[in-house]
Design a protein around this ligand. Structure first.
Ligand SMILES: Cc1ncc(COP(=O)(O)O)c(C=O)c1O
Length: 406
């Protein structure tokens, strides 16, 4: 569907949006009609360099031909069959993912929040099955983000924030420790703690990479106390950090890892993968979902992951990410550039992130603002150095326009 096919203009679409939509996202002022590689092309033909990539989703570029082909083929043969049937895309994808990341079992979901929800449920069940009815507490990190369902919102370590306000009472069994502070996690462990759950790089929290010592310390803490280490790789997974998974960047293997976003190439799919230790925790009836593992989403994901692996997009993420991060340090008012691979946070010395986001969009560059002073770039993983140079030029002129060059 586009403006032409529905016989409407941009203002009519915006009016309809205002009439019918809950405005939980403040929209940018264009209609995303076409996606091509690293660009979104708007209704008026204007091109936007998409360094937001659908919030870390379009990792092989918009409308990657292999992913599009896989979706078309699958949609023509079997769109949905239910999880009572075997379907080929689901099983092929399960094997591809488990073998690639060295995990034993997979459970498909429809989104990142659902993948984390499944991971939380699995950890609780493992605790109760093996150690007794009170062993269900999970420690997460302050400033984390794990999703918007009630359990994942509770797991999100931002008590009192706008995203949590008036959704209480929350799900019992969560405590929050300081990210990158092993002692803070140790202090919260007690006989009822079953798991620790963290992002290898905090995304929404301001693009904060974990230190290697911190994740290694958490691994040991979990091993010493019969606890599970859970990694939320919804944002860091599938090449983003410069390796296939974020945990590979650190050389620290979790017992369970969640994923979504990039794995679907634009189709809604998530998953959690576990080590052998957890292989028997979910049995018949223990969890379920009508759509999870939908054949079209799985076929798209199989094509997307194959593209990432065959073209070494994790390698490109590492090389181009290092190049871009290095260049960004020269932008005026930049206090710090941080991240891993092509997951990059730019912190300014003043609270201009939102203005930078909207003014950059007006100038043809898309990004997100994750803190008042921090913008985040998560471009497609096949982005070129030339595209990064273009993004640099736009950002530099926007910052100069907003706050000058000193
Ligand atoms: C680390 C992390 N976990 C979970 C989620 C939630 O994923 P979804 O929006 O697909 O539910 C996000 C989304 O931004 C995320 O960044």
């Amino acid at each position: 569907m586009n403006l032409q096919s529905v016989g409407k203009n941009k203002e009519e679409i915006k009016d309809m949006y205002n009439t019918y939509f809950y405005e939980t996202f403040k929209r940018l002022d264009f209609i995303a009609e076409t996606g091509e590689g690293s660009y979104i092309i708007a209704e008026d033909g204007k091109q936007y360099l998409d360094f937001m990539a659908g919030i870390a989703v379009n990792s092989t570029g918009h409308c990657n031909p292999k992913v599009v082909e896989a979706i078309k083929e699958q949609a023509e043969t079997m769109m949905h069959a239910s999880n009572y049937c075997y379907t080929v895309p689901q099983v092929m994808l399960a094997e591809l993912i488990c073998k690639t990341i060295g995990m034993e079992k997979i459970y498909f979901q429809n989104s990142g929040a659902e993948a984390n929800e499944a991971m939380i449920k699995l950890a609780r069940k493992y605790g109760k099955d093996n150690f007794g009815p009170d062993r269900y507490n999970i420690i997460t990190a302050k400033n984390s983000f794990h999703g918007r369902t009630l359990a994942t919102l509770t797991a999100t370590g931002q008590p009192g924030s706008a995203i949590q306000k008036n959704y209480d009472p929350f799900v019992p069994g969560f405590k929050y420790a300081e990210y990158n502070n092993l002692e803070s996690f140790k202090e919260l462990v007690d006989e009822n703690t079953i798991a620790i759950m963290v992002e290898p790089v905090q995304g929404e929290g301001g693009v904060i990479p974990a230190t290697k010592e911190f994740l290694e310390g958490l691994r040991k803490l979990c091993d010493d106390n019969n606890m599970l280490l859970l990694f939320d790789e919804v944002q860091t997974g599938w090449g983003r950090t410069g390796d296939v998974m974020g945990f590979m960047t650190y050389g620290v293997k979790p017992d369970c890892v969640s994923m979504a976003k990039a794995m679907g190439g634009g189709m809604p799919i998530g998953a959690m993968c576990t080590s052998a230790k957890l292989a028997l925790t979910f049995g018949p009836g223990a969890h379920g979902s009508t759509y999870a593992g939908n054949p079209v989403c799985c076929a798209a994901s199989y094509a997307q992951i194959t593209e990432i692996l065959e073209n070494d997009l994790a390698g490109n993420s590492k090389t181009v990410g290092a190049y871009f991060m290095d260049r960004l340090k020269a932008i005026p008012h930049v206090k710090e550039v941080r991240g891993k691979g092509l997951m990059i946070g730019v912190e300014f010395d003043c609270d201009i992130a939102n203005d930078v986001k909207y003014t950059s969009a007006d100038n043809g560059l898309l990004m997100t603002a994750v803190r008042p002073s921090v913008i985040r770039f998560v471009p497609p993983l096949n982005v070129t150095k030339e595209d990064c140079d273009k993004a640099y030029d736009i950002l530099e002129s926007v910052v100069k326009e907003l706050v000058g060059d000193k």
